[in-house]
Write a protein that binds this ligand. Structure first.
Ligand SMILES: [Mg+2]
Length: 371
């Protein structure tokens, strides 16, 4: 019997340029300078490696500890082939540590790595194992925030348009910035607005009324807190399509958002909602509702590959969110923010095959737990 013999965690903080002013996404940050990934490698006693990724950015130290101290003892020495059995073995004892956050991010990474191993063993790229047939995918450009600088917004939207992107997402929070983007593209282009939960329901409804005739493709996470689905539904009633889902973790929590009529576009995040298995449950649920699924993917490690394989497994392949930034080193062959089209590799598994020589200067921790 094959068993899991070790779990390795690797944190990589990759510097990037945005093409505009540098701003912090939190009050304690001067400027956001690196994008941090927490990668997980499961190694089996027959020498194979499966890769996963837990949701990254500033939470990686906590998730890293959860993986090595709490998850690894439940995982090491176990047969990796029974994914649902093994995930239940880990998930149920951890339920008291939260149904969102580091514990679930850790589980998400493990599940992705188990599916990588399973599809390698099956000799198929993951998307084929998930029922997909088309390896051709399109990205959408997910722009960084330029602090409301309308010139930077227009310049970067134009740059994304010239690279071939026809769906472009802003992370701005002001109507002048939204309209600067709209003015910089063709009428048929899709401009999406991700505002990251800034407003009260009254504020969000007022903004929705102001922009509802501007033709924006979606308004993402307009209200605080993100789990206030009744508030999102009230904003949606103003006539602007609502997108959300990156801050929802479990199938029943997704069902609550759907039941509330809170959204038009569902955005589950593979590194946050239980990995490939979690995403499949969300897809099955979403397919019984009049909503469209466009996964969240503001990361660049193995989670990017996982999202791409899941996108290719859909009856209509979905767009893959791609941060429109320039990294100090290209992390791997799949990630290219300069081109809107790409093709999944034919190699078995996830196909995560980074250039470690290029990434090595940006590795900030590397730890292994063995059986
Ligand atoms: Mg978002």
């Amino acid at each position: 019997m094959t068993v899991i013999s070790s779990l390795e965690t690797i944190r990589v903080a990759l510097p990037f340029e945005t093409g505009g002013p540098r701003v912090g996404m939190r009050p304690d940050m001067d400027a956001w300078l690196t994008m941090e990934s927490l990668m997980v490698r499961l190694v089996t006693d027959d020498g194979r490696s499966g890769w996963g990724e837990a949701f990254g950015h500033a939470i990686t130290p906590a998730t890293d500890i959860a993986l090595r101290s709490t998850v690894a003892p439940l995982l090491l020495g176990q047969d990796p082939r029974s994914i649902s059995r093994l995930m239940a073995r880990i998930e149920r004892p951890l339920h008291g540590f939260g149904r969102a956050g580091p514990a679930i991010y850790a589980l998400s990474a493990i599940d992705i790595a188990l599916w990588d191993l399973a599809s390698q063993a099956a000799g198929q790229p993951l998307y084929r194992m998930l029922g997909g047939s088309d390896a051709e995918l399109r990205r959408y450009a997910s722009l960084m925030r330029y602090a409301g600088d309308v010139d930077a917004v227009a310049a970067n939207v134009t740059r994304a348009r010239e690279a071939g992107f026809t769906t472009i997402k802003l992370h701005e929070q002001t109507v002048p910035a939204f309209r600067a983007a709209r003015a910089a593209v063709n009428r048929e282009d899709m401009i999406c607005l991700d505002v990251n939960c800034p407003w009260s329901v009254a504020e969000a409804r007022a903004i929705a009324r102001e922009i509802r005739d501007d033709g924006f493709h979606w308004l993402e996470e307009p209200v605080w807190p993100p789990e206030n689905h009744a508030a999102a539904a009230a904003v949606r009633a103003e006539g602007v399509p609502i997108a959300m889902g990156e801050n929802i973790s479990t199938p029943l929590a997704f069902k609550a958002a759907l039941d509330a009529g809170a959204l038009d576009i569902l955005q589950p995040s593979v590194t946050k909602c239980g990995g490939i298995s979690g995403m499949q449950k969300v897809f099955a649920l979403a397919d019984t509702w009049p909503v469209r699924v466009v996964p969240h993917c503001f990361y660049w490690g193995p989670g990017y590959h996982a999202t791409a394989h899941l996108a290719a497994s859909r009856p209509e392949p979905t767009l893959v969110e791609t941060a429109f930034i320039t990294f100090a080193a290209r992390p791997h062959a799949l990630f290219d923010a300069g081109c809107d089209r790409f093709r999944l590799p034919d190699a078995p598994g996830l196909g995560f095959d980074p250039d470690w020589d290029a990434l090595e200067p940006y590795v900030i921790s590397r730890e292994t737990v063995s059986a």
